[in-house]
Structures are given as structure tokens and as C-alpha cells.
Ligand binder design. Sequence first.
Ligand SMILES: C[S@@+](CC[C@H](N)C(=O)[O-])C[C@H]1O[C@@H](n2cnc3c(N)ncnc32)[C@H](O)[C@@H]1O
Length: 335
Amino acid sequence: MPLNLPPGEGPPSFPDLIATAGYRAMAAALRLGAFAALANGPLTAPDLAAELRTDPRGTGLLAEALVAFGYLEHGEDGYRNTAMTTKWLSDDGYSTVDRFWATVLFESWDDLEESVRTGRPALDFYAWLSARPETLARFQGMLSGHADHIGPEVAEVVPVGRRLLDLGGGHAKYATRLCAAHPDLRATVVDLADALAVGGRTVAEAGLADRITLRAGDYDDLDLGGDYDTALLFNVVHGRPVEANRALLERVATALAPGGAVVLLEHDEHCADPASDAFARVFSLNLFHGQGGQVYSAEEIGTWLTGAGFADPTTHPLESAPGQSLIVARKTPEE
Ligand SMILES: C[S@@+](CC[C@H](N)C(=O)[O-])C[C@H]1O[C@@H](n2cnc3c(N)ncnc32)[C@H](O)[C@@H]1O
């Protein structure tokens, strides 16, 4: 949690040094299960250590660091979660996001200089994820939770006909919501096999296996078929270089019926809120480092869309997710 230090004369990096150490300490507490253990009530350091099977001295020092950052507080009976920790970090809800980002920042950013120096991604993000099943599950869980949150607003904006293609649709929450709302709609979700394992469970639980087809494979190579009314590319183009996106949008245009709609979900390049703006910039750097992508401006995406044969790209900022927008464009009808 931010310490809100008064502006000082010291090195500008010092607040970031302690914030980074605080985030790392918080991640250790999550990984060790400290917040979950304290959800049952306060514990002294030795009792917390016994619960976590950790070293009592190290546990006490970690707890003190967490007090400094507002994650824990001292009570009469030992350490206890603060109200904000109880709300956000003491169960498997939001803490999934921090467990994912801590792994990204403290493992994959180790060689950040390398990607910046060479201009090439320092890792193959999806192969990296595939080798870390727990992190992959958290990644899909995080996106799936976000889809639950913004789903109602997304469903109002996405134009729907009878056939929907969701490229990189992984957890299948969007296809499931749209099919549930439109009884005549059938959907095909394309993604890598391990992501579709998550999507398969979503589709089965919704009882929509007869209307949603899951196709495992590479959306750059698979025969995508044709005559779709709608194609979704949600959180896809920011993970890829420009030329790969132009080529994929041409494939999407071929797969759509004339007048069909492509809908992209993307982060806004700039946001009015300083925290969202800073997040967009470090997120963009992370996309460059891990995948050769970045957060692209809506204007740039619009030029790719018109170049691929789409008309009137329109941006719909999401009220349910400030800093993210849907971009909708229609395939130009054949003359
Ligand atoms: C950032 S996630 C977005 C998931 C979902 N569309 C959403 O917005 O919540 C990108 C998805 O694209 C999938 N993906 C990445 N490269 C792919 C490829 N070459 N072919 C098919 N799917 C791919 C990933 O497995 C992942 O599920």
C-alpha cells in the first residue's frame, strides 16, 4: 500500500525502492499463505510461523515489514490483517492478480534490459506461461474475472448475428455470455490448447457445448472458416507486433461476412487518472518485453482496420473498466 511520503530532497528512486520491497514482501506473504492464515483471527509471530511452517524470526520480520506498508497491524493478540487486506488479499479473489503480477515482475523482468537493447522480446510469453501451470491458471482466472465484471457492458456494445468467432477467447466467458443472451447465436473460440482447457469448463458449466465450438491452434495459421457476423479480438493485438496485427486483421476480414463486425478490446494508451496512466505505460513495457507488443493508440489500430478493409472504426470507452475501450468496425460490403 502506498506510504504517501512527503516530497523530499532525497534520491527520486528511494520511494520506488521501498515500494518495490513492500510489493515483494506482500507477494511473499501471499505465497506463504499469511493473509489467509490471519483471516481466521490475530496470531503472534511464533503462532503464525507454526501455522505457515516457517521460521519464527523470519516470519516476525516479514510481519513487521507488512505492518510498515499497511498490510498488517498490531493487535492485542498479535498481528492481524488490516481492513483493506481482509477485503482484497485474504482469499483467492483479487490476490490472483497480485500473484500473477509478482511472478511477471520479479521473474520475467529480470532481463528487461535485454529486450530494450535488442528490440526483440526476451521471452515467448505463452510458452513461459505454459511452463508455469499455476501462473497460467492465475492469468486465465484474472482475465475470466475481468470478463465477468465488464461482460454486461460488453454484451450491450458487441453487434451479434448468428455466428461469432472469438480469437484468443481462452476462458470463453465472452462467447458464453453472448450465447446465453442470444439463443440463435453459435460461437467458435480459437485459442491455445491449455487456455481452452479453462474455456471448456466454462462452456460445460453453462450447458452450451452444443453451441460453442472450441478450436485449439494458432490463430495465425488455422483455417478460420468464413461467413461470421462478428469476430472478437479481445486483449490480443497489444500482445503482438504491428505487422502481425495487420496480417491477422486481414485474416479476420476474410472470415467475416460483408457488413460483419470486428470488435477489439484494448487498454487506452493514455488515461486521465494518473495511476491508470502509469499502469498503461508499465503494462505496455511488459508487453514489449514479453511479446514484442505494446499498448497501441486507437488511432493506430484504426489505420490497421481501414487497411484491412474495415470501415468507421469507433471507440467505446468502458464505464465498467476506465482505461479500457472496445473498438468496433464493420467489414466494408462488397461493391
Ligand atoms: C491476453 S489473453 C486474452 C483472453 C481473452 N480474449 C480476454 O480478453 O479475456 C490472449 C489470449 O490469446 C491466446 N493466444 C496467444 N497467442 C495465440 C495464438 N498464436 N493462437 C491462438 N491463441 C493465442 C492466449 O492463450 C490467451 O488466451
